[in-house]
Design a protein around this ligand. Sequence first.
Ligand code: SF4
Length: 93
Amino acid sequence: MRALDWTKAACTTASADLFFPESKTPKASDAARATCLGCSQLVACREWALGFPEMPGVYGAMSMHERRMERRRRRKAAAAAAVGEQTTRDEAA
Ligand code: SF4
């Protein structure tokens, strides 16, 4: 994955208000999300933002709540993979 390059971010020319909507409804993030979906930095930005659980706002086309859900999904997937690996090792022993 390429490193995040803020100088190429589509949001540098957009209003910051779009990325920090007062309303927490998914619709409130639509304008920011649309900007992100056209941004060359989306993947790197999303991965970067996932590393900051308390950071508000839209990054990588995901709201704070969506990033929280994504972290949870990844933790569960990692735990399931670890259990699967352990089971495979136990069966091989
Ligand atoms: S993905 Fe969105 S928040 Fe991230 S750099 Fe691009 S426009 Fe900005």
